[in-house]
Design a protein around this ligand. Structure first.
Ligand code: FE2
Length: 192
């Protein structure tokens, strides 16, 4: 027997990131202490304002072994120093779990980092682009544009979010503006 239509279908707004009936998580600048390379610039900005950085509206139709969850993320534009606004980033608790990101509006990048080798990649995330995030890959979204970046993420229901491993050692690389364009730079080479 099929579930109710409300479990089979949802309608999202690609501009606002809203989905009716979704579970919403919001993160403000103050929630991202330790994420940005330039800690002094972070504290100076936070002393003046604590804006909403991003929200994720998640739909969780089921929690069985084969189920999927999905959500729409909306990340605001801006920078701390020359580092673009970003999401906390995470590994999946179930490390093998991959994820699909689909760009909706705005211009951004996904920062991917292999958990074992530390190999890092900057992958464009804009409208009509699909990014495949393999398992065992830390992933973070970055808004490199001037308007909100929105995207859909689809992942196994049992993937889970492990923020702790990233909070402890952070991503090896950062995405910063260099001569007006996004560049992938090693964190240790960014002045803080
Ligand atoms: Fe994920």
């Amino acid at each position: 027997m099929l579930p109710e239509l409300s479990s089979l279908l949802s309608r999202f707004d690609p501009i606002t990131g809203d989905i009716a009936g979704a579970k919403i998580v919001q993160r403000r600048l103050g929630d991202l202490r330790g994420c940005f390379a330039d800690a002094a610039a972070f504290e100076a900005t936070l002393a003046r304002k604590n804006p909403l950085l991003y929200s994720v509206a998640a739909i969780e139709p089921g929690s069985g072994a084969g189920d999927l969850h999905y959500g729409v993320g909306r990340l605001m534009p801006g920078r701390i120093g020359n580092e673009y606004f970003l999401t906390k980033g995470h590994l999946h608790s179930w490390r093998e779990a991959a994820e699909i990101y689909i760009g909706l509006t705005g211009e951004g990048m996904m920062l991917l980092e292999d958990e074992v080798s530390g190999d890092s990649r900057m992958v464009p995330l804009t409208a009509n682009q699909v990014v495949y995030v393999p398992g065992r890959t830390a992933h973070r979204t970055v808004n490199t544009g001037t308007v909100p970046l929105t995207y859909i993420g689809i992942y196994p229901a049992r993937a889970g979010h492990d923020y702790g491993a990233i909070a402890e050692k952070n991503f090896r690389c950062v995405i910063v503006e260099v001569n007006g364009a996004p560049a992938l730079v090693e964190r240790r080479n960014v002045v803080s």
